[in-house]
Design a protein around this ligand. Sequence first.
Ligand code: MOS
Length: 698
Amino acid sequence: MSQEDSMPGTGTALGAPAERREGHLKVTGGARYAAEYDLPGRAQAWPVPATVARGRVTAVDAAAALRLPGVLAVLTHENAPRIAEPEDPILGVLQNPAVPHRGWFVALVVAESLEAARAGAAAVRVEYAAEDHDVTLTTDHPDAYEPESVNGEHPTRREHGRRASDSPAARVNVAYEVPPLHNHPMEPHASTAHWDQGHLTVYSSSQGGTTVRETLAALFGIPEERITVVADHVGGGFGSKGTPRPDVVLAAMAARETGRPVTVSFPRRFLPAVVGHRAPTLHRVRLGADADGRLTSLTHEVTTHTSRIKEFVEQAAVPARVMYDASHSLTVHRVARLDVPTPSWMRAPGEAPGMYALESAMDELAAELGMDPVELRIVNEPEREPDSGKPFSSRHLVDCLREGARRFDWSRRDPRPGSRAEGPLLIGTGVASATYPVLVSPSTAEARALPDGTFVVRVNATDIGTGARTVLAQVAADALEVPLERVRTEVGSSDLPSAPLAGGSSGTASWGWAVHVACRELAGLLTAHTGPLPAEGIRAHADTSGRADAESPYARHAFGAHFAEVGVDTVTGEVRVRRLLGVYAAGRILNARTARSQFVGGMTMGLGMALTEGSTMDAAFGDFTECDLASYHVPAHADVPGVEAHWLDETDAHLNPMGSKGVGEIGIVGTAAAIGNAVHHATGVRFRVLPLTPDKVL
Ligand code: MOS
C-alpha cells in the first residue's frame, strides 16, 4: 500500500483547504470565457440601447451603418428573427417597437470586428415616440400595491401574535433606505453562438446552462438535444447570470441571420439596464420591547420598485420572519411598477437590504434600552422559526454572536457613542446578525471508475468563481473513500448530466448531493465487482429528484454574526472600515479555503453596500446615473482591511449527505448593518440612508 492508499477516505477530503484546480489556468490566461471562443469566421456585435425611458420606436435608419466597412447586418424589430413569446419578458428583444425603459435594446449591429460593430451602432438612427415616464419611488407612490406573492415564493404579508395594548419600555420607529445596487461581475455578460446544420452551440457566461438551453429551445422552437450550452469558466454573476440574459438570445439570432459565429459581449455601461439590479428598498421598521429587551412588537414594511414588463419583488421583509421572537410581528411588501429596468437577483436578494434595516433598528433599540446589542439579540432568540413554527434544523446564532464577541474583544467596548478618538478620527464598533435560507434543488450526476484507478465525475455544474470543480472532487473522494488526487471532475457543459444553477447559495449542496449518491453507488458496484475493470470503466448515475426537493419538517437556514470597527474622519467625512469579522454557522464547511473566499467576498460586497455602492435614478432622464465602475464604486483592495471569516463546527443531519448549508451569500447579509452601527457608535449620529458617503456623514 502506498502512503496515499493508506489515507482514510471519509473525513480527509471533505473540509480540506484544497486549492482551486483551475487556478493556474485562470492566472495564466488559459481559462477561456464566453467571449473568447474565437471560432473561424466569428463576427462581433454591439447593441443599440433606447434613449427614451418610455415609448416606442417609430423608425430605424440603418443605411449609414450598413455603409461602414465591416458591418454585416443591423437587426431591428422589423427584420430580426421572430422568437416565441418568452416566459421571461426581458428576453423578448427586437420583437416589437415598444420601449419599456431606457437602455432596452432596439437594434443590434453585427460586424467583422468589435470596433466596426461599435462604429455601426453609433451610426444607427432611431426615432421614437416618447411618452412621459416615472422612475421615482416613494413610500406613498400612488401605484404601489401589495403583490399577490413575493415572486411566487413567499407570502407578501404575514402577521403573527397579538398587538400589545400597554406601552412598551422602549420603542423605535424608523425609516431606512437602500439605493439601487448593480451586479458588476468582472466578466460582463457575453455569449458566443454558432449554428451548424441545425445544431446551436452557445458559449455563454451563465450561472446555469440548463436554463439557458431550455430557454433557447423554447424561444427558437428546436429540441434541447440540438442545443449545446457551454459555460466552462464564468467571471462572476452575483445573481445577474442566474437566468438567461438578452446576450444569449441576440447572439443566437445574429448567428442564424448572418450564418456566422457571433459574439455578443455587453459593454459594462449597458449592464445596469439589462442584467437586473437590486431594486431600491424603502424600509419602515417599528420595534417595541419590554424592560428586559424582549420584543413585544416587530414590524417591517418594505416598498420597492419593479418594471412595467415584469414583477420582481426584492423580498426584504422575509428575513424578519426568521430572526427573533416577538409577541406581535407584521411583515409587508409593497411594489410600484415604474418605467425602470427590470430588477432581479443580486447576492442575497432580500436578506441583504432587509437585514440592513432590521439589524440597524435592533441597534437603535439596544441604545434606547441601554442594553448591549449582542445581549439584545440573545434574549430574543426564538425556540422555533417564528413564521412557520417549525423547529430549526440547527441555528447557533447565539454561538456565532458569543464567539464573534470573544474574538473581537467586544467586552472591552465602551458602549457610549463618541467615546473613542484618534486625532481627527472617531472610532466605533458595531455588531449585526445574518441569516440566509438553505436552498437545494434536484440534480443528476455520473461517476465512473477507470481501470487505472482514477475516477471521473460528470455534472453540469457551473463554476462562477467559487471553485466548484474542486469541492465536487472533494465530495466524490469522500464518498468513494479514495484520495482526492484520483478524482477528476467535468463541469460546465450541457453535454454533461443535467444540474441546477449556481445560485441561492445552493449549487454545492445540490450538485454535491447527486455526486455523493452516484459515488456511493459506484463504490458499491466496485465492491461487488471481481476481476479487472473493462476499458471504459464502470459507472453509476444519480438523480436526487424527490429527495432534494422534498418539503422539510425543519426550518433550515445558515446564521452568522458580523462585527465591524470603523474610523470616521471628522475633517473629510470619510468612513474607513478598520476591521471586519464574521462568524458563521453554515453546516459542514466542505473546503476551508474556497468557503473562506465566499465569506470574505460577501463581506467585501457588504462593505461596498455600506460605504460606496449606490445608484441613483435620474428622474428627468429616466436612467441610472452610475453605469460604470468610474461612478459606481465597488471596494478596491485599499478599501478592504483584514477581513476575518470564522465558522463553527456545526453538525446538522437534516440537510444533505454532506451536511452543508451554503456559503455564497450570507457574508453580505449583516455586514452593512454592522458597519452602520459602528458609525453610530463612533459618532453618536444615526445615518439611515446608504451608502455612508462623506457628503452624508459630514
Ligand atoms: Mo445568487 S443572487 O442567488 O446568484
